[in-house]
Design a protein around this ligand. Structure first.
Ligand SMILES: [Zn+2]
Length: 282
Protein backbone atom coordinates (compact mmCIF):
# COMPACT_ATOMS: atom_id res chain seq x y z
CA UNK A 1 0.00 0.00 0.00
CA UNK A 2 1.29 3.42 -0.94
CA UNK A 3 1.37 5.58 2.14
CA UNK A 4 2.34 9.04 3.03
CA UNK A 5 3.22 10.25 6.45
CA UNK A 6 2.10 13.62 7.61
CA UNK A 7 5.31 14.65 9.22
CA UNK A 8 3.70 16.55 12.02
CA UNK A 9 5.89 14.66 14.02
CA UNK A 10 8.62 12.86 14.86
CA UNK A 11 11.69 11.68 15.34
CA UNK A 12 15.17 11.03 15.54
CA UNK A 13 16.19 13.06 12.60
CA UNK A 14 15.63 16.06 14.78
CA UNK A 15 12.32 17.19 13.36
CA UNK A 16 10.18 18.80 16.01
CA UNK A 17 7.90 16.48 17.87
CA UNK A 18 4.22 17.31 17.89
CA UNK A 19 3.13 16.84 21.47
CA UNK A 20 -0.34 17.02 22.93
CA UNK A 21 -3.42 15.23 21.77
CA UNK A 22 -5.77 18.10 22.06
CA UNK A 23 -5.39 19.33 18.51
CA UNK A 24 -6.14 16.13 16.65
CA UNK A 25 -6.65 16.60 12.96
CA UNK A 26 -9.86 15.13 11.67
CA UNK A 27 -8.03 14.33 8.43
CA UNK A 28 -5.59 12.00 10.09
CA UNK A 29 -6.28 8.42 9.17
CA UNK A 30 -4.28 7.02 12.04
CA UNK A 31 -2.69 8.87 14.91
CA UNK A 32 -0.30 7.00 17.18
CA UNK A 33 0.00 8.56 20.64
CA UNK A 34 2.82 7.48 22.90
CA UNK A 35 1.92 6.63 26.52
CA UNK A 36 4.16 5.03 29.19
CA UNK A 37 6.74 2.51 27.98
CA UNK A 38 5.17 0.44 25.15
CA UNK A 39 1.74 1.96 25.62
CA UNK A 40 0.03 3.61 22.68
CA UNK A 41 -3.35 4.94 21.65
CA UNK A 42 -4.31 4.41 18.00
CA UNK A 43 -7.00 6.74 16.75
CA UNK A 44 -8.66 7.39 13.40
CA UNK A 45 -9.36 11.01 14.35
CA UNK A 46 -13.02 10.10 14.86
CA UNK A 47 -14.54 7.75 17.35
CA UNK A 48 -12.23 4.79 16.82
CA UNK A 49 -9.75 4.77 19.69
CA UNK A 50 -7.85 1.72 20.85
CA UNK A 51 -5.23 1.57 23.60
CA UNK A 52 -2.54 -1.12 23.78
CA UNK A 53 -0.38 -1.63 26.90
CA UNK A 54 -1.55 1.77 28.09
CA UNK A 55 -2.77 0.91 31.58
CA UNK A 56 0.63 1.77 33.04
CA UNK A 57 1.13 4.75 35.34
CA UNK A 58 4.07 3.92 37.62
CA UNK A 59 7.58 3.43 36.33
CA UNK A 60 8.72 -0.17 36.58
CA UNK A 61 12.32 -1.31 36.63
CA UNK A 62 14.13 0.93 34.14
CA UNK A 63 10.94 1.59 32.17
CA UNK A 64 9.11 4.85 32.37
CA UNK A 65 5.68 5.58 33.81
CA UNK A 66 3.25 8.31 32.96
CA UNK A 67 4.43 11.85 33.78
CA UNK A 68 2.50 13.24 36.72
CA UNK A 69 0.85 15.94 34.60
CA UNK A 70 -1.06 13.18 32.81
CA UNK A 71 -1.88 10.87 35.69
CA UNK A 72 -4.92 12.93 36.70
CA UNK A 73 -6.29 12.66 33.16
CA UNK A 74 -5.65 8.92 33.25
CA UNK A 75 -7.45 8.61 36.59
CA UNK A 76 -10.51 10.39 35.23
CA UNK A 77 -10.32 8.78 31.77
CA UNK A 78 -10.36 12.24 30.24
CA UNK A 79 -8.30 14.24 27.75
CA UNK A 80 -6.16 11.81 25.78
CA UNK A 81 -7.64 8.93 27.77
CA UNK A 82 -11.23 9.67 26.86
CA UNK A 83 -13.31 7.69 24.42
CA UNK A 84 -11.17 4.55 24.51
CA UNK A 85 -13.41 1.91 22.95
CA UNK A 86 -11.01 -0.94 23.43
CA UNK A 87 -8.05 -1.47 25.77
CA UNK A 88 -5.66 -4.35 25.22
CA UNK A 89 -2.68 -5.66 27.17
CA UNK A 90 0.00 -7.78 25.51
CA UNK A 91 1.00 -9.64 28.68
CA UNK A 92 1.09 -9.52 32.44
CA UNK A 93 4.45 -7.85 33.06
CA UNK A 94 4.04 -4.62 34.95
CA UNK A 95 5.78 -2.48 32.38
CA UNK A 96 2.87 -3.44 30.08
CA UNK A 97 -0.12 -3.67 32.39
CA UNK A 98 -0.53 -2.56 36.00
CA UNK A 99 -3.54 -4.27 37.60
CA UNK A 100 -4.28 -1.44 40.01
CA UNK A 101 -4.54 1.09 37.19
CA UNK A 102 -6.21 -1.31 34.79
CA UNK A 103 -8.96 -1.89 37.36
CA UNK A 104 -9.33 1.79 38.01
CA UNK A 105 -9.51 2.63 34.32
CA UNK A 106 -12.19 0.13 33.40
CA UNK A 107 -14.28 1.21 36.37
CA UNK A 108 -14.01 4.86 35.33
CA UNK A 109 -14.20 4.55 31.56
CA UNK A 110 -17.53 2.78 31.18
CA UNK A 111 -17.33 2.78 27.38
CA UNK A 112 -14.09 0.77 27.34
CA UNK A 113 -13.92 -2.94 26.67
CA UNK A 114 -10.79 -4.45 28.20
CA UNK A 115 -9.65 -7.63 26.49
CA UNK A 116 -6.61 -9.65 27.40
CA UNK A 117 -5.24 -13.03 28.44
CA UNK A 118 -6.35 -15.11 31.37
CA UNK A 119 -2.96 -14.41 32.99
CA UNK A 120 -3.47 -10.66 32.81
CA UNK A 121 -7.02 -10.93 34.10
CA UNK A 122 -5.96 -13.25 36.94
CA UNK A 123 -3.69 -10.52 38.30
CA UNK A 124 -6.43 -7.92 37.89
CA UNK A 125 -8.86 -10.18 39.71
CA UNK A 126 -6.76 -9.76 42.84
CA UNK A 127 -7.49 -6.03 42.68
CA UNK A 128 -11.06 -5.83 41.43
CA UNK A 129 -12.53 -9.30 41.58
CA UNK A 130 -16.12 -8.35 41.12
CA UNK A 131 -15.49 -6.17 38.11
CA UNK A 132 -13.29 -8.74 36.40
CA UNK A 133 -15.66 -11.61 37.04
CA UNK A 134 -18.99 -9.93 36.38
CA UNK A 135 -18.53 -6.88 34.16
CA UNK A 136 -19.37 -7.00 30.48
CA UNK A 137 -16.46 -4.60 30.06
CA UNK A 138 -13.92 -7.40 30.51
CA UNK A 139 -13.25 -10.13 27.99
CA UNK A 140 -10.79 -13.03 28.01
CA UNK A 141 -8.82 -13.58 24.82
CA UNK A 142 -7.41 -17.06 24.30
CA UNK A 143 -5.86 -17.27 20.83
CA UNK A 144 -4.01 -20.38 19.66
CA UNK A 145 -1.26 -20.47 17.08
CA UNK A 146 -3.59 -21.77 14.41
CA UNK A 147 -6.53 -19.79 15.70
CA UNK A 148 -6.08 -16.07 16.36
CA UNK A 149 -8.88 -14.18 18.06
CA UNK A 150 -10.60 -11.44 16.09
CA UNK A 151 -12.43 -8.57 17.77
CA UNK A 152 -14.50 -6.04 15.88
CA UNK A 153 -15.46 -3.00 17.92
CA UNK A 154 -17.02 -0.24 15.85
CA UNK A 155 -14.54 0.69 13.15
CA UNK A 156 -11.67 -1.12 14.85
CA UNK A 157 -10.71 -4.68 13.94
CA UNK A 158 -8.12 -6.41 16.09
CA UNK A 159 -6.49 -9.76 15.51
CA UNK A 160 -4.86 -11.03 18.70
CA UNK A 161 -2.35 -13.82 18.23
CA UNK A 162 0.34 -15.64 20.18
CA UNK A 163 3.96 -14.51 19.97
CA UNK A 164 6.42 -16.15 22.32
CA UNK A 165 7.94 -14.02 25.08
CA UNK A 166 10.87 -16.45 25.18
CA UNK A 167 12.00 -19.77 26.53
CA UNK A 168 12.75 -21.04 30.05
CA UNK A 169 10.89 -19.07 32.70
CA UNK A 170 9.03 -17.17 29.98
CA UNK A 171 7.86 -20.24 28.07
CA UNK A 172 4.46 -20.37 29.76
CA UNK A 173 3.89 -16.62 29.65
CA UNK A 174 1.12 -15.59 27.29
CA UNK A 175 2.28 -12.72 25.09
CA UNK A 176 -0.06 -11.39 22.43
CA UNK A 177 0.72 -9.65 19.22
CA UNK A 178 -2.09 -7.32 18.14
CA UNK A 179 -2.74 -6.48 14.52
CA UNK A 180 -5.05 -3.48 14.53
CA UNK A 181 -6.93 -2.39 11.43
CA UNK A 182 -7.96 1.21 11.90
CA UNK A 183 -8.37 4.19 9.58
CA UNK A 184 -7.56 2.02 6.56
CA UNK A 185 -4.15 1.04 7.92
CA UNK A 186 -2.75 -2.04 9.59
CA UNK A 187 -0.76 -1.47 12.76
CA UNK A 188 1.21 -4.19 14.57
CA UNK A 189 2.08 -4.15 18.28
CA UNK A 190 4.35 -7.00 19.43
CA UNK A 191 4.32 -6.78 23.20
CA UNK A 192 7.58 -8.36 24.35
CA UNK A 193 7.86 -10.85 21.49
CA UNK A 194 11.12 -12.78 21.52
CA UNK A 195 13.30 -12.44 18.42
CA UNK A 196 12.43 -15.94 17.23
CA UNK A 197 12.03 -16.34 13.47
CA UNK A 198 10.37 -19.75 13.74
CA UNK A 199 7.79 -18.32 16.13
CA UNK A 200 7.05 -15.33 13.90
CA UNK A 201 6.68 -17.70 10.93
CA UNK A 202 4.31 -19.88 12.88
CA UNK A 203 2.23 -16.83 13.76
CA UNK A 204 2.21 -15.73 10.10
CA UNK A 205 3.66 -12.28 10.76
CA UNK A 206 5.31 -12.28 7.32
CA UNK A 207 1.86 -12.38 5.69
CA UNK A 208 0.24 -9.58 7.68
CA UNK A 209 0.88 -6.69 5.24
CA UNK A 210 1.69 -4.32 8.04
CA UNK A 211 1.65 -0.58 7.33
CA UNK A 212 2.96 0.59 10.70
CA UNK A 213 5.11 -1.63 12.94
CA UNK A 214 5.74 -0.79 16.59
CA UNK A 215 9.03 -2.56 17.25
CA UNK A 216 10.90 -2.93 20.57
CA UNK A 217 14.16 -1.00 20.22
CA UNK A 218 16.39 -4.01 20.85
CA UNK A 219 15.40 -5.41 17.45
CA UNK A 220 17.58 -2.65 16.00
CA UNK A 221 20.61 -3.52 18.09
CA UNK A 222 23.34 -5.81 16.74
CA UNK A 223 22.14 -9.44 16.76
CA UNK A 224 19.20 -11.33 15.29
CA UNK A 225 16.85 -8.34 15.28
CA UNK A 226 17.96 -6.91 11.95
CA UNK A 227 16.99 -10.03 10.08
CA UNK A 228 13.73 -10.23 12.02
CA UNK A 229 12.87 -6.69 10.95
CA UNK A 230 13.77 -7.36 7.31
CA UNK A 231 11.90 -10.61 7.13
CA UNK A 232 8.82 -9.94 9.24
CA UNK A 233 8.49 -6.30 10.19
CA UNK A 234 9.56 -4.41 7.11
CA UNK A 235 6.55 -2.12 7.15
CA UNK A 236 6.65 1.23 5.31
CA UNK A 237 6.58 2.87 8.75
CA UNK A 238 8.43 1.65 11.80
CA UNK A 239 8.38 3.10 15.28
CA UNK A 240 10.93 1.99 17.88
CA UNK A 241 9.26 1.45 21.24
CA UNK A 242 9.88 0.17 24.79
CA UNK A 243 12.84 2.52 25.23
CA UNK A 244 13.94 3.13 28.85
CA UNK A 245 14.15 6.88 29.47
CA UNK A 246 17.70 6.47 30.72
CA UNK A 247 18.76 4.94 27.39
CA UNK A 248 16.86 7.34 25.13
CA UNK A 249 19.85 9.44 24.09
CA UNK A 250 21.92 6.40 23.20
CA UNK A 251 19.07 4.69 21.33
CA UNK A 252 18.32 7.84 19.34
CA UNK A 253 21.96 8.11 18.39
CA UNK A 254 22.36 4.64 16.99
CA UNK A 255 18.97 4.62 15.28
CA UNK A 256 19.75 7.91 13.59
CA UNK A 257 22.98 6.46 12.32
CA UNK A 258 21.87 3.01 11.23
CA UNK A 259 18.08 3.28 10.82
CA UNK A 260 17.38 6.94 10.11
CA UNK A 261 13.84 6.30 8.91
CA UNK A 262 12.73 4.57 12.10
CA UNK A 263 10.64 6.91 14.21
CA UNK A 264 10.78 7.44 17.95
CA UNK A 265 8.05 9.06 20.00
CA UNK A 266 10.26 10.20 22.82
CA UNK A 267 7.84 11.53 25.40
CA UNK A 268 4.40 10.59 26.64
CA UNK A 269 1.73 12.22 24.44
CA UNK A 270 4.07 12.64 21.48
CA UNK A 271 2.18 11.73 18.34
CA UNK A 272 2.68 10.75 14.75
CA UNK A 273 -0.03 10.80 12.12
CA UNK A 274 -0.25 8.58 9.07
CA UNK A 275 -2.58 8.98 6.16
CA UNK A 276 -3.44 6.83 3.18
CA UNK A 277 -4.63 9.82 1.19
CA UNK A 278 -2.43 12.76 2.18
CA UNK A 279 -0.23 14.23 -0.55
CA UNK A 280 3.36 13.07 -0.37
CA UNK A 281 5.62 15.14 1.87
CA UNK A 282 7.86 17.54 -0.08
ZN1 LIG B 1 7.55 -8.77 29.32
Amino acid sequence: MQLNVQMRVSLIAGIAVFAGVFGLSAKADVTVTQLANEGVILSDGGSARVMIDGLVVDSYSVYGGLPTEYSGLFNSASGPFSGIQLALASHQHHDHNQPKYACQFVKTSKETLFASSLQVLALMRERCRQHVTTSKQVRILDPKYDQPEVLQIGDIKVTAFLLSHGKGKYASLQNFGHLVEIGGLRVLHLGDAAMDAADFSRAGVDRMNIDIALIPFWYFQPGPGGEMVNRFLNAPHKIAVHIPPGEMVEVKEYLQKDFPRVLILENAMDQVQFSVSAPPPP
